[in-house]
Design a protein around this ligand. Structure first.
Ligand SMILES: [Mg+2]
Length: 264
């Protein structure tokens, strides 16, 4: 039986945990201040590669949630760190993606190129996706470039409903090339290893707080971390019955989790 007191570090998902769309989940600001006031270490982790940490800091601030961008870790940064660890000097990348992943790759010293002769094809969510981009990516993969996906999410929840997510773009390229991408974001252990390194923590002392069973909870389990499910996002109580693996803790939202962390 795991006790909340044994957990000194938290890896906190954002969408469905701290906010939905552009609306804060009640108690999210208090949850963050509780982590700080009770001396817990934490990182906000998102699979979405479209925004930069500075843009996330601004998005959270608009909703009254004060977090320094140094606490924000995205699949875009994780992808750049991972590539840096395996790429040769001067490696070239063909990119499908937006500002978040673009900035992370450039900051890591990669050259973005359009030709077939690239070392990596990196694919993140791109709201300006065109056939031309898919074509160039497919030709580069066929010519031998490594195929990397920032995150596998097949859908993107929006105010209009479930729209195509990065996983849908990856599926198109997989169909066109018969090559499966290497995935960096949740539930891949890669992103949790990088997050732990950033926190300076160990799996035993760290919990993932998330709303999605197949990414947050499964990923935490596979990487040996504790898991805390909140029911403020995509998962309801009924889908918990069939869940495998099951989370170590379940709370209605981070409001109730904060109360438990304060010991009352
Ligand atoms: Mg989520």
């Amino acid at each position: 039986m795991v006790s909340l007191e044994e957990i000194s570090a938290f890896i906190v998902d954002m969408d469905g945990v701290l906010y939905r769309g552009n609306t804060a989940i009640p108690g999210a600001d208090k949850f963050i201040s509780t982590l700080e006031e009770t001396g817990r270490n934490y990182l906000l982790l998102t699979n979405n590669s479209s925004l930069t940490p500075a843009q996330y800091e601004a998005k959270l601030a608009k909703m009254g949630i004060k977090v320094n961008q140094a606490r924000i870790f995205t699949s875009a940064q994780a992808t750049a760190f991972y590539l840096r660890s395996i790429a040769k000097e001067g490696a070239k990348v063909f990119l499908i993606g937006m500002e978040g992943i673009r900035e992370a790759l450039l900051a890591a010293g990669f050259t973005l190129a359009e030709d077939k002769d690239v070392d990596f094809v990196v694919v993140g969510i791109d709201l300006n996706l065109t056939y031309e981009k898919l074509k160039k990516a497919a030709l580069a993969i066929r010519a031998g470039a490594s195929f990397i996906g920032t995150n596998p999410d097949r859908t993107l929840p929006t105010e209009e409903g479930l729209c195509p997510g990065n996983g849908a773009i990856l599926a198109a390229l997989e169909a066109a090339t018969e090559v499966k991408p290497t995935i960096i974001g949740k539930p891949s252990p890669l992103i949790f290893e990088l997050a732990l390194k950033r926190l300076g923590s160990t799996p035993e002392k760290t919990a993932v707080v998330g709303d999605r069973l197949e990414t947050d909870i499964l990923g935490a389990h596979q990487a040996g971390l504790k898991s805390i499910l909140v029911l403020s996002g995509v998962t309801d109580e009924s889908s918990l019955i069939a869940a495998n693996p099951k989370p170590d803790f379940v709370f209605a939202s981070v409001k109730e989790l904060a109360e438990a962390l304060r010991g009352g």
